[in-house]
Write a protein that binds this ligand. Structure first.
Ligand code: HPA
Ligand code: ZN
Length: 326
C-alpha cells in the first residue's frame, strides 16, 4: 500500500504508449456505439471479453478494429485529451505518444483532421500540466508503402512536438531492415529512431533495429535477455529499453510479471524504462507497472525512483527540461 502510494506520487514519464491503445473503455464504447459496423462491442461486458487476447496476432486484429473507430478530428481530440487526463491522474508529466498516421489515412481520416486533433489535444494536455510529444510510426505489416507514406507525412507536416520515428505491428515475417531507407531519411531530418523490436521475435530483430534502423531506444526489447552479447551492447551504449511488462503478459510473451526478463536486464546494467503500451486494452496503468515490477523484483522505493529517472534520461526532452523533471 505504501509502495503504491509512493509509485503514484512519483513524477513519471511515459515513453511507450500508442494513442489508439490509450482509449479508455468508456471512450471505446462511445466511439463503438457511434459506428456499430466496425465490429467493436458496444456493451461493457463484451468489450472486456474483446480485450482478452489469445496471442499477439489476435491483439493486433483487435487493435486495428479499434483504430477503425477513429473517423475525424473530434475523435482524435477525444483520444488525446482522454490520454492526457489519465496521465495527469497518474502523475505523469511528459509522454512520447505513438501515432500511426498511415492507418488513419487508410481509414479515410484526412491528414488535416489528424493533425488538428493532435494539436488541439496537445494544447488540452498542456492545460492539465502534461507535455505531449509524438512518435509517428510505420505499421510494419503494410510494408514499404506504409514506410514511404509515413515518412512523407512526417517530414511534410512536421507537427509541433514530433520527436521520433517508429515501427510497430508484427515482427514475425516483417524484417526491420526493409525500412532502412525511411529511417535513414527520418534521422537525417532530425527525428529520433525508436522501432519496436524483440517483443515477439528473438534478439536478431533487436540487432537489426540497431544496425539497420539506427535505433536510439528499443520498443520492448524483451528478447535481449537471451543474448548476453546484446545485453552487454545495450548496457555499454546506454540504449534504453521501453519495457511494457503487463503488455507482454497480456499478449502471451511471458507467463507473468515474475517471469519477465526485466530482472536480467537490470542485473546487466541495461537502462530500463517502464511503460504501458496500450493501457486500457491490457488493464495497465503507469503506476501499476511500477508497483508490479517493484513487487515482482523486491525493489526498494529508491530503486523505483531510479527507474522513473531512467525514463527522464531516455526521453527526447532537452537537458533543461530533463533537469526540471528529475
Ligand atoms: N507492438 C506492435 N504494434 C503495436 C503494439 C505493440 O506493442 N501496440 C500497438 N501496436
Ligand atoms: Zn507498442
Amino acid at each position: 500500500q505504501a509502495l503504491r502510494a509512493f509509485a503514484h506520487a512519483l513524477p513519471k514519464v511515459e515513453l511507450h504508449v500508442h494513442l489508439v491503445g490509450s482509449a479508455s473503455l468508456p471512450t471505446v464504447l462511445e466511439l463503438a456505439r457511434r459506428r456499430p459496423s466496425a465490429g467493436v462491442p458496444t456493451d461493457e461486458r463484451d468489450l472486456a471479453e474483446f480485450f482478452t487476447f489469445r496471442d499477439f496476432a489476435h491483439f493486433l486484429t483487435v487493435y486495428l478494429a479499434v483504430t477503425s473507430l477513429v473517423r475525424d478530428r473530434h475523435d482524435v481530440h477525444t483520444l488525446v485529451a482522454g490520454l492526457a487526463a489519465d496521465l495527469a491522474a497518474h502523475n505523469c508529466r511528459y509522454a512520447e505518444v505513438t501515432v500511426t498516421p498511415y492507418n488513419h489515412l487508410l481509414d479515410g481520416v484526412s491528414g488535416d483532421d489528424l493533425l488538428t486533433g493532435l494539436e488541439t489535444g496537445r494544447a488540452r494536455a498542456a492545460e492539465l500540466g502534461v507535455e505531449l510529444a509524438w512518435c509517428f510510426d510505420i505499421p510494419g505489416e503494410k510494408g514499404s508503402r506504409a514506410g514511404q507514406e509515413t515518412l512523407v507525412f512526417a517530414l511534410r507536416e512536421r507537427p509541433e512536438g514530433l520527436v521520433s520515428f517508429g515501427l510497430g505491428g508484427p515482427e514475425l515475417g516483417v524484417g526491420r531492415a526493409q525500412f532502412e531507407p525511411y529511417f535513414t531519411r527520418a534521422r537525417e531530418a532530425g527525428l529520433h529512431s525508436v522501432p519496436h523490436a524483440g517483443e515477439t521475435t528473438g534478439s536478431a530483430t533487436i540487432w537489426s533495429a540497431l544496425h539497420d534502423l539506427g535505433a536510439e531506444r528499443i520498443g520492448h526489447g524483451t528478447s535481449c535477455a537471451a543474448d548476453p552479447a546484446l545485453l552487454e551492447h545495450l548496457a555499454a551504449h546506454r540504449i534504453p529499453l521501453e519495457v511494457c511488462p503487463t503488455s507482454n503478459v497480456r499478449t502471451g510473451q511471458v507467463p507473468d510479471i515474475t517471469a519477465h526478463p526485466v530482472r536480467r536486464m537490470l542485473d546487466h546494467g541495461v537502462v530500463v524504462t517502464l511503460n504501458t503500451d496500450d493501457p486500457p486494452m491490457f488493464g495497465a496503468t503507469l503506476t501499476g507497472e511500477y508497483v508490479a515490477v517493484a513487487e515482482a523484483l523486491g525493489l526498494t522505493a529508491a530503486e523505483l525512483g531510479r527507474l522513473a529517472e531512467n525514463a527522464v534520461d531516455a526521453s527526447f526532452l532537452d537537458e533543461q527540461r530533463k533537469a526540471v523533471l528529475r
